[in-house]
Design a protein around this ligand. Structure first.
Ligand code: RB5
Length: 159
């Protein structure tokens, strides 16, 4: 399993702690940036992970920005992406059990980093329940089929 991780400038430190945690757990993780000090735009980094997950090239992703809201909005534009902004263990668990979330989104300015790591641990350890929840996901897939929502990554995207 490979997890792709990205953040904007607000999430750089938080992301580094997530990557450190994944390395300690021997989980194969790829850092798609940013690692710059400068202010960047979260869509540029959110779309990198979301596109790979949408295309089935990567199974799961983790995105971090200040609140997690911007990254959630971006990621959920991509077909097949179910990005979950989680604030605690309960939302992390439910987002996997009920929603089969394939991208975890964290807000570095609203979460203590230790709680963030607990959320990551819970999210990765929790399986999808299927059953009635699969029926609901199938309805989301049907909605996606009626929409044109497969944005292209601009050629000049940085990093
Ligand atoms: C950056 O200042 C901030 O707007 C961003 O990290 C995020 O919170 C957006 O939703």
């Amino acid at each position: 399993m490979e997890i792709n991780v990205a953040s904007d400038h607000a999430g750089v430190y938080f992301k580094s702690r997530v990557l450190q945690y994944l390395a300690e757990k021997k989980i194969n993780a790829v850092d798609l940036g940013t690692n710059a000090d400068a202010s960047v735009d979260y869509p540029d980094y959110g779309m990198k992970v979301a596109k790979l997950v949408s295309e089935g090239k990567v199974e799961q992703g983790i995105l971090v920005c200040g609140t997690g809201v911007g990254m959630s909005i971006v990621a959920n534009k991509f077909s097949g992406v179910r990005a979950a902004l989680c604030h605690n263990k309960e939302t992390a668990e439910a987002s996997r059990r009920h929603n089969d979330a394939n991208i975890l989104v964290l807000g570095s300015r609203v979460l203590d980093v230790e709680l963030g790591l607990t959320i990551v641990e819970t999210w990765l350890a929790t399986p999808f329940e299927g059953g009635r929840h699969q029926r609901r996901l199938d309805k989301i897939t049907e909605i996606e089929k009626t929409l044109k929502n497969a944005p292209e990554i601009p050629a000049d995207t940085i990093e």
